[in-house]
Design a protein around this ligand. Structure first.
Ligand SMILES: Nc1ncnc2c1ncn2[C@@H]1O[C@H](COP(=O)(O)OP(=O)(O)OP(=O)(O)O)[C@@H](O)[C@H]1O
Ligand SMILES: [Mg+2]
Length: 602
């Protein structure tokens, strides 16, 4: 799974080997059982030949000899069955452990990746990574077990056939590589088709996720037909690539069997001549034929494994891409801990772009500890991005952000996170109980603390009205229930309150609240913001009553930073925003330190 350009068998062998080495105990027992199984296969043919030769004894068939031959064959047969049983059991265990480890590594990796990684991935693609791609790991590991088993069978049978007649064995076995040649080039076709299958599957997963998350929009806009057509198209594509894979697999098997069938006939003719000339006993010819037919069966099995591996290679490659994705915001080796609340937070000529588009341009600003900063600007101005940079979810393209003169990139990121609490523009909650969602950042919070936070966020009364109070599960789950966006937001506020971090970020935190709740939450914030450095992004300027200064962003430029009065006087963008809001919402215009002349009442 490391390198993506190697031969599939090598790649799979490497993965399997690593899987086996990771659990040496299980692997040793498994290999022992597998070898025993393979060799008992050869032993079976050998015992059969012994019994057949007994039939030709001059004294005729003796009951005793027949019985002991039968007992021997039965014993070997049962030994082989027992080994198969344990071999399968062990191989499933090994494969499951590998899948388990793979899932943990994948989860760990995803959690360590930057936000940027997720900006570019569809949910369907990631859902598939956890499901189908991980299953690919299990498949390949299982195939490694199958391969070990088939190879040991092959060896056991080949050794016995060799002991009986080296010449015929050579002829029979020489056909195998010939027969496998077509499989080699058909294998690439399987992999290509499987890669397209994976992409199509990601599309189908995405379709179903869209139905789940967008059902209201779909229904109201009567977009059912479009969804059906989209899924229909994906399913057709899927069918086409599945057929391609099956055809390639069946064709490789057909060609293999045609070649080996020829080999079998050659052995029969050559062996028949030898028997005729008295150079070989007929029992030996019979046993060699059985052994060679039996050899072809593990080879067919190997061919199957080869095809399975080819078809899961795209999954392994996809996983590998995720595992190889660079961690974009890694801690430096000498990263410094952030122990105290920073006195000064400074943007120094910060520019930032997501892709080509520059979103922040040469932003410089200085904030002091305990200051309450409002961030305003037209939609798309870069307000949320500004916050993401401060949280170091992205690094600036140029310039730097410093806390007490130390570049954010030189700080231990986890420490920075511990110092910050956020309420996002799009509230996110886990499918869990309300209490657990509030105690997200403070796992050991007591019930009283949770209730206090909920009361401060003005959501306590509503929680108490729910069927199971704080134990209500919020999720689209069998035992869950939905809640309103405003409620979600207030739960996030409660969680942020409980986290009690010295730096606060609120992105449109009150946009989904009615005026009454907004005031209640506002007052909770005002209490909360005391002594904390707070950044409050707001569209409604009326929510910025108590901030100390306001940063105005416009098309990525910081066009103003000052008090409401200063900005009204000096900042064109702010004046425009303020006027627009006053004319749209005069009743809400009971703003902060406003010059009396500008105060508009509704
Ligand atoms: N993940 C992203 N990848 C690429 N471009 C992005 C991404 N997120 C935002 N943008 C772009 O960056 C610009 C600034 O976005 P940002 O979300 O910071 O605006 P905003 O000021 O918060 O707007 P709003 O008030 O509507 O929330 C926009 O032009 C947006 O299209
Ligand atoms: Mg925003």
């Amino acid at each position: 799974m490391r390198e993506t350009t190697r031969h599939p068998v090598l790649e799979a062998a490497q993965l399997g080997l690593r899987a086996l080495l990771a659990q040496p105990g299980l692997a040793a027992v498994f290999l022992g059982v597998t070898l025993a199984e393979g060799f008992s296969q050869g032993l079976l043919v050998w015992a059969l030949r012994g019994a057949l030769r007994g039939f030709s004894d001059p004294g005729g068939i003796r009951d005793g000899a027949l019985l002991s031959a039968a007992a021997l064959i039965f014993g070997v047969w049962m030994l082989r069955s027992a080994c198969t049983y344990f071999g399968e059991d062990l191989s499933a265990r090994i494969a499951h452990r590998v899948e388990h480890q793979g899932a943990m590594q994948l989860m760990q990796k995803l959690l360590s990746l930057s936000v940027r990684f997720f900006d570019k991935r569809s949910q369907g693609d990631l859902a598939l990574a956890t499901y189908a791609d991980l299953k690919g790991i299990r498949f390949v590991t299982m195939q490694i077990s199958v391969i070990a088993l088939q190879v040991s069978r092959l060896c056991g049978l080949a050794v016995v056939a060799w002991l009986i007649s080296p010449k015929l064995t050579l002829v029979g076995i020489a056909m195998i590589p010939l027969g496998l040649l077509p499989a080699h080039w058909l294998g690439q076709r399987v992999t290509r088709a499987a890669a397209r299958e994976r992409d199509t599957h990601a599309g189908i997963s995405e379709d179903f996720l869209q139905v789940s998350s967008g059902i209201r929009v779909i229904k109201v806009n009567r977009a059912e037909g479009r969804m059906l057509a989209q899924t229909e198209r994906h399913m057709r594509e899927l069918f086409a690539v599945l057929v391609k894979q099956v055809q390639a697999r069946s064709l490789s098997r057909l060609l293999f069997e045609a070649v080996t069938g020829t080999g079998l006939v050659i052995v029969l003719v050559m062996g028949g001549r030898d028997v005729g000339a008295g150079r070989l006993e007929w029992q030996s010819l019979f046993s060699v034929l059985i052994a060679i037919i039996a050899v072809y069966s593990p080879v067919t099995g190997l061919l199957g494994s080869f095809n399975v591996i080819n078809s899961v290679l795209p999954n392994l490659h996809r996983l590998q891409q995720v595992m190889d994705a660079p961690v974009e915001v890694p801690d430096r080796a000498d990263a410094r801990p952030l122990r105290a609340t920073p006195d000064v937070i400074e943007f120094e000529h910060v520019s930032f772009q997501y892709e080509e588009q520059t979103v922040l341009r040469d932003v410089s600003a200085r904030f002091r500890r305990g200051e309450k900063i409002g961030v305003v600007g037209p939609s798309g101005a870069g307000k949320s991005t500004f916050m993401s940079l401060l949280l170091r979810l992205y690094d600036p393209t140029s310039g730097r952000i410093t806390l007490d003169g130390v570049d954010l990139r030189d700080l231990v990121h986890a420490d920075l996170m511990d110092h910050c609490a956020i309420v996002l523009q799009e509230p996110f909650l886990f499918p869990d109980t309300i209490a657990n969602n509030i105690r997200l950042a403070k796992v050991d919070a007591s019930h009283d603390e949770i209730v206090a936070a909920a009361k401060a966020a003005n959501i306590h009364t509503e929680i108490m009205q729910m069927e199971r109070g704080y134990d209500t599960v919020i999720a689209r789950r069998k035992d869950g229930r939905g809640i309103s966006v405003g409620q979600k937001q207030r739960l996030c506020i409660a969680a942020a309150l409980l986290k009690n971090a010295p730096i606060l970020f609120l992105d449109e935190a009150t946009s989904n609240l009615d005026s009454v709740s907004e005031r209640a939450v506002q007052s909770a914030f005002e209490r909360l913001m005391v002594g904390r450095t707070s950044f409050v992004i707001a569209h409604r300027l009326s929510t910025l009553r108590t901030v100390d200064r306001i940063l105005v962003l416009d098309h990525g430029h910081a066009v103003g930073l000052g008090t409401h009065a200063e900005l009204l006087r000096d900042c064109e963008t702010y004046r425009r925003l303020w006027m627009a809001q006053m004319s749209a919402e005069p009743s809400r215009g009971d703003p902060p330190p406003t010059p009396a002349a500008l105060r508009v009442t509704g």
